[in-house]
Design a protein around this ligand. Structure first.
Ligand code: UDX
Length: 458
């Protein structure tokens, strides 16, 4: 823990699991660097202050109706949050900034998906830094959307899906970011806001590291002219802790079950906090896992399967017939699971957090991207870092079984583990003294402390 800096940082996470986790990890990192931390959070998916008692919390009322809070169209949900949080956030931030009984506020750190935070920060004359929760490559690609639209890659056409995107090799058109919505224009509007918001900020923080994304980081530095701070992997930058920002409670029975399994034998299966599947797909996954003959730990979130509360679509006595070879939980302590010696493969949807967490523990991946940045994360895993395989026929039990075998009993898995061992070492070394993320974090701290002398950007 470093000497207190006498400055307060205000952090405002987007209330989705894959965005809250890195923001809370960043808060811990900056707390250890000597800043006081204040978190503004929404009632929707609200945080539990007792998990990080060293922070100060302010909850704002997002006024979402019951049906808005249950909205399945992610982009529509984000649009509701952006409309309804604007005024409560502005009032809360104004009160915090004018509170002279506390340390002065050095800056706001927000998620760029909250598109109103720039105008609020500007009106209150507070510098704003952005945390990008996706990869640097994702930011580079969405910053180039106007070009990609001009070249006709976007909107994606079925006839061009396999075509290479030469500007971003080895991506293909089908890998470009996209979130389906009832109104296709909504995604382009989100991308436009993200790009505009980027340009207006005082800096960019990434949960990544130089050795992993050197090329994308260099591109961003050249094109954005904004200070860039790749200080990840966040969870390797502070001492391991049991505090969690999980919205669902973690079922620790999976750790006791893993303790009974042979080293590197278990397939860990999880598709993050948002992806959903239908019953037929769920059954193919279950049968592919059963037929693979490997032990598996499977996270099935409540309502992961359309129209079901939990495991109802599984064949009767599915787990019993496997004689303990399978274990299913609603939510797992994922980082601990990936670090467990029994885990040999991660079957993932390639959310950025999951991808990075897998790399950090040297676990090869089976890639099954669903939406957003996941398709391009998966392409990097399979074709750039070469540490995973994409499922060719996503929900087909034979293909699932074959892909699992390639990574467990055939030599392909060992070659990937060799490549991963180098990346794992780099991921663990870069936050230590002399490493790139260590240096970048010190640069970030100095940057934040220097912001007072800046004339406010407009
Ligand atoms: C979303 C997007 O889908 C993703 O593409 C984007 O990069 C971030 O926002 P999500 O789908 O939830 O996130 O995936 P991911 O980024 O992998 O984040 C999931 C987080 O939940 C990870 O930190 C993971 O460790 C955690 N998790 C997941 C658990 O703690 N337990 C689980 O059982 C499953």
């Amino acid at each position: 823990m470093e000497q207190r800096k006498g400055r307060r940082l205000i952090l405002f996470p987007l209330p989705l699991q894959g965005h809250m986790n890195p923001m809370l990890e960043l808060a811990n990192i900056l707390y250890f660097k000597g800043f006081s931390i204040t978190i503004i959070h929404t009632n929707f998916n609200s945080l539990n202050p007792s998990t990080h008692p060293h922070f100060t919390y302010h909850s704002i009322s997002d006024n979402l109706s019951e049906s808005e809070a249950a909205e399945k169209d992610l982009l529509l949900l984000l649009s509701h949050l952006n409309t309804k949080c604007f005024e409560p956030f502005r009032e809360c931030l104004a009160t915090l900034v004018s509170d002279v009984s506390k340390e002065p506020v050095a800056c706001l750190i927000s998620d760029p998906v909250f598109d109103f935070t720039q105008s609020v920060a500007e009106s209150l004359k507070i510098p704003r830094i952005l945390l990008r929760t996706g990869s640097a490559s994702f930011t580079a690609v969405i910053s180039a959307f106007p070009l990609l639209e001009k070249k006709g890659y976007i909107p994606k056409q079925d006839s061009r899906l396999e075509e290479p995107v030469t500007e971003f090799s080895p991506l293909r058109v089908k890998d470009l970011p996209m979130i389906n919505s009832s109104d296709p224009e909504r995604f382009l509007k989100l991308v436009h806001n993200l790009t505009y918001e980027t340009k207006a900020s005082y800096g960019f923080i990434f949960n990544t590291f130089e050795d992993l994304e050197q090329h994308a980081l260099a591109t961003l530095r050249k094109e954005l002219h904004i200070p860039i701070f790749p200080i990840g992997p966040f969870h390797k930058c502070v001492p391991a802790t049991t505090s969690t920002s999980s919205l669902l409670s973690q079922d620790r029975s999976c750790i006791s079950w893993l303790n009974t399994q042979a080293p590197k034998s278990v397939i860990y299966v999880s598709f993050g906090s948002i992806a959903t599947i239908n019953k037929a797909q769920f059954l193919e996954i279950a049968l592919g896992l059963a037929n693979s003959k490997q032990p598996f730990l499977w996270v099935v979130r409540p309502r992961l399967v359309h129209g079901s509360d939990w495991l109802e679509p599984l064949p009767g006595r599915f787990l019993e017939t496997l004689n303990g070879r399978g274990h299913i939980v609603k939510w797992a302590p994922q980082k601990e699971v990936l670090a467990h010696q029994a885990v040999g493969v991660f079957w993932t949807h390639n959310g950025w957090n999951s991808t990075l967490e897998s790399i950090c523990e040297g676990v090869p991946m089976i890639c099954m991207p669903c939406s957003s940045d996941q398709m391009m994360n998966a392409r990097y895993v399979s074709d750039v870092w070469k540490v995973g395989l994409q499922l060719q026929h996503r929900f087909e039990r034979g293909d699932i079984e074959k892909t699992i075998r390639k990574l467990t009993v055939e030599t392909e898995g060992d070659q990937m583990r060799d490549r991963l061992s180098k990346l794992k070492d780099e991921a663990n070394l870069c936050p230590r003294q002399g490493g790139s993320s260590y240096q970048s974090l010190n640069d970030l701290v100095n940057h934040i402390l220097s912001l007072e002398s800046f004339v406010y950007k407009t």
